[in-house]
Design a protein around this ligand. Structure first.
Ligand SMILES: [Zn+2]
Length: 65
């Protein structure tokens, strides 16, 4: 099963995804990162600038307003 999730940084508009467990990807401006690949999803940085981007294109804010 594919549980890969991408995140979009609302500061620099970068969309990043982690492809392996230790594949930590940081966005262009450095405000957020994603890690964990298809094993787990760990995101960090400034959570209010993170949107989760799902396979079907839906975007969900990391922090609910
Ligand atoms: Zn950014």
């Amino acid at each position: 099963m594919n549980i890969l999730v991408k995140i979009r940084c609302l500061k620099c508009n970068d969309i990043i995804e982690s492809k392996h467990v230790h594949d930590l990807q940081r966005c262009r401006c450095g405000a957020c990162f994603i890690d964990g690949g298809d094993k787990y999803t760990r995101v960090g940085g400034d959570l209010k600038y993170i949107n989760f981007v799902h396979e079907d294109g839906r975007e969900i804010p990391c922090l609910k307003a």
